[in-house]
Design a protein around this ligand. Structure first.
Ligand code: MV4
Length: 504
């Protein structure tokens, strides 16, 4: 086993990986930017190396600086987490060239999956169902027009080097194609330095379901069930679950076998995720493969009973998978809420700042993967994910009940968070019934009553007026669950408002 592992990341995922290292008897090494001197991951590691100024291009995205820290610390391996350099084939190659093990797939596997048209043509040859469309980058808008006519409208224009929705355009009819083509190309050029695009048939109101796989270098590969990731806003996942309310044993087996074909086709090693779109009829199509540990991996860990980070480290060390497919069973249900420093009342705008008070929920069926502590300041430079709140239950309804209870207990003061948004989402009857799709969040936001904006002047009078109006309203028609069952922490803060002004 490795003696030392460097974690080339920050926040909750760095903390998650530090924990796995400790459990395996490995000494964890942190890296940090000037904005992260006081961060939790730095405090929890055995050693920490400053790698540069706050902008990630000069710190967490610097191959050179991270490899230099690895050399200085004597770490034998690097765990990249997610984001930053995790899916960068150049980084994987640089690690290999300097004799450091990257805990992840080879540069070659990353490169093949990063090129979407190449991945599509490789997989269709391996018998994997991909969304009908093109297998080569489009050369011109004229070619796009011909192909789109053949596929039939509506179609999706996607970036050949893309993923995650950037450089993507829905085209409803031929007269919309030229503008969409232009917009998609320039967005792709800006995001990926590659303007090339391809076309797919549009799948209406799909579900987004992904399969977790593990593969070792000895030819063993298993799948660990699915994650339902349909709840997204602007291509950012909001809440994930395992298992999916719509996947039965037959569909799970078919998707799992397909995911293993995908992994084999690129000679995959380590943990990976195969994403599928599932249409209204239950047909599934390969979308892309994520060649990294994912944010939402904990829901799989809780339901499949496997520590994915332990497995990643063992695989990278050359060990054989200790698990066979028949050892894997799914038990119960897990949900994950991504708790962000953002303001749902201001279009989910980031809300960095000092965490004045923090009390994390505890108790049966909970896991909190947090990257913050009380008194710490959420920096403005990075993704404002504070924590992942994961609830586990013997079934979906118990998991939902525990999640709602946990959100009520959760106290975060000093910054805005999306906790109230989750309280309303989890109370929604459509959500509770499991009627999910990628259109769900937009529809939910549409039917959700707007929250009254906090008063800015004459706070005392405004608070009294609001309290009276609230009593009056409540007496006639009870409001949303989040208001009726407001957390005592937040209720206490409301009291504070009347005494010393609005603090968040
Ligand atoms: C699609 C699609 C419908 N048809 N492709 C969005 C992110 C990127 N990974 C793929 N995405 C989509 N691709 C075809 N051919 C609909 C989406 C999509 C979506 C997918 C997953 C989760 C949320 C989504 C929200 C809007 C659109």
């Amino acid at each position: 086993m490795f003696r030392k592992v460097l974690i080339a990341n920050r926040g909750e995922i760095a903390v998650r990986i530090i924990r796995a290292c400790r459990e395996l008897g490995i000494s964890p090494v942190a890296v940090y930017s000037e904005a992260d001197r006081a961060s939790l991951h730095v405090r929890l590691a055995d050693e920490a190396y400053l790698i540069g100024p706050p902008p990630s291009t000069e710190s967490y995205l610097s191959v050179e600086r991270i490899l230099h820290a690895a050399k200085r610390s004597g770490a034998e391996a690097i765990h990249p987490g997610y984001g930053f350099l995790a899916e960068n084939p150049g980084f994987a190659q640089a690690c290999a060239d300097s004799g450091v093990v990257l805990i992840g797939p080879s540069a070659a596997s990353m490169r093949r999956m990063g090129n979407k048209t190449e991945a599509r043509s490789l997989l269709v040859q391996s018998g994997v169902a991909v969304v009908p469309g093109t297998f080569e980058p489009l050369k011109s808008v004229e070619e796009a027009r011909e192909v789109a006519r053949r596929i039939g409208y509506p179609v999706m224009l996607k970036a050949a080097s893309g993923g995650g929705g950037k450089g993507m355009r829905l085209v409803e009819a031929e007269n919309r194609l030229p503008l969409a083509f232009e917009a998609a190309s320039s967005e792709a050029q800006r995001a990926f330095s590659d303007s090339a695009g391809y076309l797919e048939k549009y799948i209406a109101r799909p579900r987004h379901i992904e399969i977790q796989v593990l593969a070792d270098r000895h030819g063993n590969a298993i799948f660990l069930g699915e994650r339902e990731c349909s709840l997204q806003r602007r291509h950012q996942k909001v809440l994930e679950e395992c298992p999916s309310p719509v996947v039965d044993d037959t569909l799970r087996l078919r998707m799992g076998e397909t995911a293993l074909s995908v992994a084999r086709a690129v000679d995959y090693e380590n943990a990976g995720t195969v994403e599928f779109l599932v249409d209204q009829e239950g047909n599934f199509y390969f979308l892309e493969m994520n060649t990294r540990l994912q944010v939402e991996h904990p829901v799989t860990e809780l339901v499949a009973g496997v520590d994915l980070v332990h497995e990643q480290i063992r695989i990278a060390c050359g060990h054989r998978l200790g698990l066979r497919q028949e050892d894997i069973g799914l038990r119960g249900c897990a949900l994950e809420c991504r708790i962000y420093a953002e303001d749902p009342e201001r279009n989910f705008f980031p809300s960095p700042g000092r965490i004045e008070r923090l009390v994390e929920p505890q108790g049966p069926g909970l896991r909190v993967d947090s990257g913050v502590y009380e008194g710490w300041e959420v920096p403005i430079h990075y993704d404002p994910l504070i924590a992942k709140l994961v609830a586990f239950g013997s079934d979906r309804l118990q998991a939902i009940a525990r999640m709602r209870r946990a959100i009520q207990e959760y106290c975060i003061q000093g910054i805005r968070t999306n906790l109230d948004f989750f309280a309303d989402l989890l109370a929604d009857p459509e959500f509770q019934a499991g009627r999910l799709s990628t259109a769900f969040i937009e529809e939910f936001l549409g039917r959700r009553p707007p929250k009254p904006a906090p008063a800015s002047q004459s706070l005392r009078a405004a608070a009294v007026a609001a309290a009276l109006a609230y009593q009056h309203r409540e007496a006639r028609a009870p409001g949303p669950a989040s208001r009726r069952t407001m957390s005592p922490w937040r209720r206490a803060l409301r009291t504070d408002v009347q005494r010393r002004g609005w603090r968040r």
